[in-house]
Design a protein around this ligand. Structure first.
Ligand code: PLP
Length: 275
């Protein structure tokens, strides 16, 4: 992936592209709100995460100028490059497969990292906590740490497919939750996330999505295990649903749908993408 040097040029977009992106975004948002109303859910209980991986920074800037602040990225280096050239009040979500040796860069090089949604081991969450603590001490020792706290979602492998990342072991899940609730200071538990099986996500939309149901079961299991930590108003958030199945996810109580293709169009391959 090449990185142009002139940031201003990189961020400029045509009126035509801007119109197209805004129209698509507003259409999705309308569909989300309609589904929330149909299922008697308050509109404030859902968030649309705009997934911008492999899409140019100028596309993100066009949506930013329309008022959108939450963007999701999958690759650490791509996220770092985009975060450097785009406005600092963007709330970045990391939603890609996370490697332990990338936790350091993520914590150190993206000051406005808002949420890491793919925590799937105790080792990785401890690394992220340790590295964010260092980052805050070095760069902003006098500022409130909460400005730099990273929200995290624990990723669950709900489809039990070997090639899917995410956790399946109850003890390991509880250990991570306990660490987040009782020890961590620079990372904070937000909720649970799943991708789910491709086949299920493309099934007849009248069927109950088993992956989403499994994530709901995990939410209940965890909240029952740590009852003093959750209330009616303060519950684990569920990140589930993508372009192909976000309406079903809303019916099954999703709090965040992660939509890329329906907003930006089909993605290029990694070697054809540019920032
Ligand atoms: C790419 C990606 C998305 C967006 O997928 P679309 O089908 O393009 O909407 C959502 N979540 C994760 C984890 C992704 O990697």
């Amino acid at each position: 992936m090449s990185t142009p040097t002139n940031a201003d040029a990189t961020l400029s977009y045509t009126q035509e592209r801007s119109k197209e992106l805004i129209t698509r975004y507003d259409t999705i948002l309308g569909e989300i709100n309609k589904a929330m109303i149909e299922h008697n859910r308050p509109i404030t209980d859902i968030q649309l995460l705009t997934v911008s991986k492999l899409k140019p920074a100028s596309d993100i800037k066009a949506l930013y100028d329309h008022g959108i602040r939450h963007f999701g990225e999958n690759y650490v280096q791509e996220l770092i490059t985009k975060a450097n050239i785009l406005p600092k009040d963007i709330k970045w979500h990391f939603i890609g497969g996370l490697q332990t040796n990338k936790c350091k860069d993520l914590a150190n090089k993206v000051s406005n990292l808002y949420c890491v949604e793919t925590i799937d081991s105790l080792k990785k969450i401890k690394k992220l906590e340790e590295q964010r603590a260092k980052f805050v001490q070095e760069h902003a020792p006098t500022e409130q740490t909460k400005n730099y706290t990273i929200l995290v979602n624990v990723q669950i492998n709900t489809s039990m497919e070997d090639q899917k990342s995410g956790l399946t072991d109850e003890n390991e899940i509880f250990q991570i939750i306990e660490f987040l609730l009782n020890e961590a200071k620079y990372v904070k538990l937000n909720g649970l996330m799943t991708i789910g099986s491709w086949v299920i996500s493309h099934q007849d939309s009248s069927l109950l999505n088993k992956d989403f149901a499994t994530l709901c079961d995990w939410k209940k299991k965890i909240q029952d295990k740590f009852p003093s930590q959750f209330t009616e108003e303060h519950q684990l958030k569920l990140s589930m649903g993508m372009s192909s199945d976000f309406i079903e996810a809303i019916a099954q109580n999703s709090n965040e749908v992660r939509v890329g293709t329906n907003i930006f169009g089909a993605r290029p391959t990694k070697d054809q993408a540019y920032i």
